[in-house]
Each structure stands twice: as structure tokens, then as C-alpha cells.
Design a protein around this ligand. Structure first.
Ligand code: SAH
Length: 368
């Protein structure tokens, strides 16, 4: 394992606001990124296959309580057509994401996964919420390679408040992440930055948990309030003192990306759409320069894309997949990076990670 930045050191950096000090953090993260995962930026074609959801998460616009949202589920033919287009673009992975939709029947999706695996070179990533062990096993047997399930916050009380349980479910997301690992998936998780009720300490715990879980993929993005949700409306207001509440800012998101890279040097870390949403000019690029190595271009057919409204004002909402491809390629090249080829799996090093010096670099910060 990589040498430890302690939780207190992580928290110290999360609270850091001095630009000269933060510059050291960005540089350390960028160096560790280059040494461990290189300059290639891997592209994962994102397909938002359904916006039906059985849950009532207080942060998410897909919540079943949001009655103002028209619902859709892509057909098998639409999914396969889009996957073929993703392969034709040269992306290495298709990500099938959705609300927690019981209408995504396990055997139906297994057939789609099998077809994608037989007819394209794509790696298949699933991001479908909390599904049963049997379903996860079936999809793995059908050829799915990876699964993304953010634990959203490591604070169990806050998690229950913003992510109410649904009938009969007993496993935590962290239990499910362990199941996914034992089924042989590459496992991804992550959190939102700045959810109401998230303290600096709990965010430091989140980053420490990324390390403990030895995640293959880690996605973090700013929390963006959705006006049709209880958190967005301020109906749920976790009580945290202003000095402890993490802000949902761009800079805080970069700090989390950079610290995540330092504690999980081999992980695949995307520069997320939520980040690009709060800084359309250069959010993607700055994420890539402060620890990230992945971008997930949205390849959902445009008429559905509008309806996958987890938060409002999402970047790139009306672009065609083609337009996204050239825009992102240009952005990646403009910062001197290359576009990855192949599936871009996590590469495990046989030798121990050598981030000692990087941790030391960010440890030598004054005024602690
Ligand atoms: N149903 C799946 C996929 C959800 S969408 C699941 O629950 O895993 C993927 C991610 O979007 C979520 O995990 C969450 O972290 C993020 N998200 C949801 N609402 C958001 C909001 N209002 N602001 C920022 N990110 C949000």
C-alpha cells in the first residue's frame, strides 16, 4: 500500500486556502498521476439507459418523488446502436448508467451485455445502483467488467438522511462494493463534494475509505442542488456549523481529486461532468491537471439526455456524441495529454508504490 497521509493531514489540506500551498498540492497530484497512470486520458462513453428510479434520494433529480420529470428507458436496440457508435469513436469502454430501475430486468440486460462483448471490443461498466447479489453475478457472468457505485458519504447518519432505505434492503453500499470485488468486477465508488451536512472530518474519512477499499475507480464531483429535491429546496437541513460544512465549490472539488490521487495513485479518476458544469471553460482540463486521468463523454441520444436530470444545467447537454468527441479530444490535446487506446483497466504495480516523496512534499507545508 502507499504510504499514508493521515486523516488529519487530509483534513488539513481540505481546509487549506493559501494559493501558493495549494499549488504544491496540484503539482504533487499531477506528478503522481503521471508516474502511476501516465499521460493518456481514457475515454468512457456514457449511456444513461433509464431515468426510472425506485429510490427517493434527497439530492437527486431522478428521485421517484420528482413527478415533473418525464421517464424513459432505452430499448435494447437503442443501447446496442449507441454502443456500436462508441466503439466506432474508438472509446474503450461503454458505461451503462441508470436510476435504480426495477424495469431493467436482469436477464434482459445480461443479453445486452453479452451482445456488446461479442460484437465490440468494449469494456462494459455498469452503474445501476443497489442491485441484488444474484443480478450482479449474472451480469458479471455475461461479461460486465466494472461496476460504479458511489458511497456518497462515509457518515452513516448523513447517508441515511439523504438516501432513505427502501423496503427489505439490509446491505450498505460499502458491503455491496465488497461483494462486487469478490465477484471479480473492477470496483468504482466516490462521493459528492459539499453535500449539506458533510463536514471536513467526514470528507477526510471518505478519502481515507477510498484507500482502505483499494478502489479501482474513484469519481468525485461537486454537489449541485436540484430545485425539485428535498435537499435542493432546503426541506432537509442537516445541522452542521458553518465552520465545519464543506462548500460545494470548484476549488474544494480539485482538492478532493488531488488528495484522492495521492492516496490512491493507481486509481482511474475521472474529471467529471459535474465539475465541467460549474466551470464550463476549463473545469475538465483543471481536473485532468490536478489528478484525474479519465473523461466520460456523454453518448446518450440527445432526446433522452435532457431527461437524465440528476442535477440542473448539466454541461454538454445538447451536444451530439460526435461534437463531444471532437471537443474533448481538442481539450485533452490542448493540455499536452494524449488520448488513451484500449479499455484502460486499472494497472496494478508489482512493486510497492513510491509516493513517499509526494506525501512528504505535501507534508512539508508550513503553518500547520
Ligand atoms: N442510480 C445510480 C446512478 C446515480 S447517478 C446510483 O445510485 O449509483 C450517479 C451519481 O450522480 C450519483 O452516485 C451521485 O453521486 C451523483 N449525483 C446525483 N445527484 C447529484 C447532484 N444533485 N449533484 C451532483 N451529483 C449528483
Amino acid at each position: 500500500m502507499n504510504p499514508k497521509l493521515t486523516k488529519s493531514e487530509i483534513e488539513f489540506w481540505l481546509r487549506q486556502t493559501d494559493p501558493a500551498e495549494l499549488e504544491k498540492l496540484w503539482q504533487a497530484a499531477d506528478r503522481v498521476r503521471r508516474e502511476h497512470v501516465g499521460d493518456a486520458v481514457h475515454l468512457r462513453g456514457l449511456l444513461e439507459i433509464s431515468n426510472y428510479c425506485r429510490r427517493s434520494c434527497a439530492y437527486c433529480g431522478l428521485s421517484r418523488h420528482n413527478r415533473s420529470l418525464a421517464r424513459y428507458r432505452m430499448t435494447a436496440e437503442e443501447i446496442l446502436d449507441a454502443a456500436r457508435q462508441i466503439a466506432a469513436f474508438g472509446y474503450g469502454t461503454v458505461v451503462l448508467q441508470a436510476g435504480e430501475d426495477d424495469g431493467i430486468e436482469a436477464a434482459w440486460l445480461a443479453d445486452i451485455i453479452r451482445t456488446i462483448k461479442q460484437t465490440t471490443p468494449l469494456a462494459v461498466t455498469l452503474s445501476l445502483g443497489e442491485r441484488s447479489l444474484d443480478e450482479l453475478r449474472l451480469w458479471r457472468q455475461a461479461g460486465a467488467d466494472r461496476y460504479l457505485l458511489r458511497f456518497e458519504t462515509s457518515d452513516p447518519e448523513l447517508f441515511r438522511l439523504i438516501h432513505p432505505p427502501v423496503g427489505g434492503q439490509t446491505l450498505s453500499r460499502i458491503d455491496i462494493l465488497r461483494q462486487l470485488r469478490s465477484l471479480g468486477y473492477e470496483v468504482g465508488s466516490g462521493v459528492m463534494v459539499g453535500i449539506p451536512g458533510q463536514t471536513y472530518r467526514s470528507l477526510a474519512e471518505d478519502i481515507d475509505l477510498f484507500r482502505q477499499l483499494d478502489l479501482d475507480m474513484i469519481g468525485v464531483g461537486p454537489y449541485i442542488p436540484h430545485p425539485h429535491t428535498p435537499l435542493g429546496k432546503g426541506r432537509i437541513r442537516p445541522s452542521v456549523s458553518p465552520a465545519e460544512q464543506v462548500p460545494n465549490t470548484e476549488e474544494m472539488t480539485y482538492k478532493v481529486i488531488a488528495l484522492t490521487r495521492l492516496v490512491c495513485p493507481e486509481a482511474n479518476i475521472p474529471s467529471t461532468t459535474a465539475l465541467a458544469t460549474i466551470n464550463r471553460e476549463s473545469g475538465r482540463e483543471l481536473g485532468l491537471q490536478r489528478g484525474a486521468n479519465i473523461v466520460m463523454p456523454n453518448c446518450t441520444p440527445p432526446h433522452y439526455r435532457q431527461l437524465y436530470e440528476i442535477y440542473p444545467g448539466k454541461a454538454c447537454i445538447s451536444e451530439t456524441a460526435q461534437a463531444c468527441q471532437s471537443c474533448l479530444a481538442q481539450r485533452i490535446r490542448s493540455i499536452g495529454r494524449t488520448i488513451g487506446t484500449g479499455p484502460g483497466c486499472r494497472q496494478r504495480r508489482t512493486t510497492p508504490c513510491d509516493t513517499q516523496s509526494e506525501s512528504a512534499a505535501v507534508r512539508s507545508a508550513p503553518n500547520r
